[in-house]
Design a protein around this ligand. Sequence first.
Ligand code: ATP
Length: 308
Amino acid sequence: MLSVEHLSYDYPGTRALQDVSFTVAPQSITALVGPNGAGKTTLLRCMAALAEPIAGRVLLEGQDIHEEPRESHKAMGYLSDFFGLYDELTVLQCLRHQAAAQGVAAGARAELVERAAQRVGLADRLRQRAGALSRGLRQRLAIAQAILHEPRIVLLDEPASGLDPEARQSLSELLLKLRAEGMTLIVSSHILAELRDYSSHMLILRDGRLVHHGPVSGEAEGEAQVAVVIELAEADPRLAEVLAAEGVDSVNVKSEGARVLVPDGAAARQALLRRLVEAGLPVSAFNVERRDLQDAYLSQVKKGDDAG
Ligand code: ATP
């Protein structure tokens, strides 16, 4: 639905993006990561048709967004890393203004304004001045403005910066909700721990080049197996026998626990857990292991170091 083809971008004297190409899967959340100065903000600005690349193009459903930027903006929401709000306006006035600015038909505005406020949890603050909101609430208002017109693509540049842990948690939940409602999101961040909670894909930039793009472990379509970590309340030598009898691929088995590979899907895990319990093993934990996004990021960046 959204593809970036051979995109290059120059600031005077600086090549900020160099031949970047990738395609975003529909209804995914892509974490855009990379060291400071890697080109994340520049890429998002190019994708939002706010910066004109020197080469390459961005296609949204086949349409070059730089040819028809206004048309593309109807399908896109964008939150800049440093955004401004009209501090003297109330939350309601900010959202109404945004609806008008987005060209939403007058008859449809009230409903969209209400829905956006609900989505970000600001419905009870509609009369409050934007200037009187806390940092986290300002962030939510800015996100509400970005998604008000119900875009198919949402580009968020560092939406979690400056948020407290609770606000970050609700941001993660909001992003997952927007994905479930059909939106496709690209989110840049330095906070890998949070990205892990909601990202389906990871895209790593470094020195303006794409060094990795792919599904986050466990999300890969057709990924045949997932790792499961089993812990026993007390050591039991029968664990290895039961796992062997089940034909499970064991990566690491000890008498007090194991790490095994199980066919992906709840049914296979449920069957294995039932077998372990029926065999009388004192199972105290049974968890799908999600490879840490930070590990994946660091190993990709390290690969780049080794290659370069
Ligand atoms: P950060 O994580 O620090 O926000 P980033 O990955 O978003 O960084 P960009 O802001 O896209 O990176 O910057 C990419 C490169 O372009 C950097 O080398 C930066 O110094 C340079 N750059 C960014 N904005 C400008 C500008 N207005 N003029 C000149 N160079 C710029």
